[in-house]
Design a protein around this ligand. Structure first.
Ligand code: NAD
Length: 352
């Protein structure tokens, strides 16, 4: 089914289910979108909805039904286990939906969610926001240039403190029934998605996972080796530690036949590169944004992109199919880890 457009008259009323950490990020992005206004907001913890509304606008309501009734589009920012049921209700009402990553705690539920939104014909976008990161898009641009030569290796390091503490303070992340798993699913679904997008399509993946904190079902360190159909080899090391002073950090190095690219900031850089003749460059911040604008019209603000898709009926990006592919990569990695690190094939899988 082709997604249907909602009325273009008046602002798009955006409702929220879940008013915690990531909902606030989306509200800040929405504040930059003139055609949008925050509508009804609900949270299992009413004090969170109240505080969200005080800071970002909207109206506190006490149910999912009230959000559906009062919205033109809905952000699903509840913890992961709640995503499928909420998305089902929003899609049944024919409303566009933005759902946070990972789509679900398991692959079967994620597959069903894609079927749900596609059968309902609603605009759907997922929370793999780093697909819009200026820094990662600049890396993508550098790797696609013929003079770089083929990608040989990629090293991706991601470290963050265990997010049940500090600014995240999300106890649900230590509950496997709510989170599904630990760092590899909850956090590094972003990273495997980016690796697949940058140097894939990935053909096979193997992994090891560990739980140093000893939380049941919650891995806090993982290493993956993934190989693309073009022979590119990528390694991911991701971890949840206890260094609260250290912000969430990604560092990526890509070695091509004739270019080395290093990313050290996952939104505004810096990104540095050097070619075989010793000539290269470095970009970050406004300079990076200006350079990107010259080569790509894609919006960096995920909320602006979503609202544009909602108002025009055009497909959103990244959509639930992108999120499903990412969930497949993560699932294959966990299967490999449970099987002593034996590689899992990804051939024949969907990719966007
Ligand atoms: N895209 C990203 O970079 C990113 C970053 C952080 C979190 N996330 C994802 O966003 C989701 C939420 O994470 P968070 O960090 O904001 O967690 P959080 O704990 O800060 O907020 C989640 C909120 O959802 C509420 N909630 C849970 N079930 C609900 C329901 N059925 N109805 C109404 N409210 C409900 C909780 O009470 C809580 O206030 C998770 O799926 C997480 O993986 C994505």
């Amino acid at each position: 089914m082709v997604p249907t457009a909602v009325s273009e008259e008046g602002p798009t009323r955006v409702g929220f289910v879940g008013a915690g950490f990531i909902a606030r990020n989306h509200a800040a992005w929405l504040a930059q979108v003139a055609e949008a206004e925050i509508g009804p907001v609900t949270d299992l913890d009413p004090s969170r909805a109240e505080s969200f509304v005080r800071d970002h606008g909207g109206t506190v309501v006490d149910s999912l039904e009230a959000v559906v009734e009062g919205s033109d589009a809905v952000y699903v920012c509840a913890w992961t286990a709640e995503h499928p049921a909420v998305v089902e209700r929003v899609a049944a009402a024919g409303l566009p939906v933005f759902c946070e990553k990972p789509l679900a705690t398991d692959l079967a539920a994620a597959e069903a969610m894609v079927a749900t939104v596609e059968e309902a014909g609603v605009v759907n976008q997922c929370g793999l926001v780093l697909r819009r990161s200026p820094a990662f898009r600049w890396v993508h641009h550098l790797l696609a240039q013929p003079e770089a030569g083929s990608v040989q290796n990629l090293v991706f390091r991601d470290d963050q403190y265990l997010p049940v503490q500090g600014q995240y303070a999300s106890t649900w992340r230590s509950d496997v029934a709510k989170a599904g798993a630990g760092v590899l699913l909850e956090h590094s679904v972003h990273d495997l998605d980016l690796i697949d997008w940058l140097v894939g399509p990935l053909e096979r993946i193997s992994a090891e996972v560990a739980s140093h904190h000893g939380i049941d079902g919650i891995d806090d360190a993982a290493s993956c080796l993934a190989v693309g159909s073009n022979g590119a080899q990528a390694v991911l090391a991701t971890t949840w530690h206890d260094m609260l002073h250290r912000p969430s950090q990604r560092r990526v190095e890509v070695i091509c036949r004739n270019r080395v690219v290093v990313l050290e900031g996952d939104w505004l850089g810096p990104v540095r590169w050097e070619d075989g003749d010793g000539v290269g460059g470095a970009l970050e911040g406004d300079e990076l944004l200006a350079a990107l604008r010259a080569v790509s019209p894609m919006r960096t603000n995920p909320a602006r992109a979503f609202v544009h898709a909602v108002r025009s009926g055009a497909p959103a990006y990244p959509d639930f199919r992108v999120a499903l592919r990412a969930q497949r990569l993560v699932t294959a990695a966990y299967e490999s880890a449970a099987d002593g690190g034996r590689p899992r094939s990804l051939v024949g899988d969907d990719r966007r």
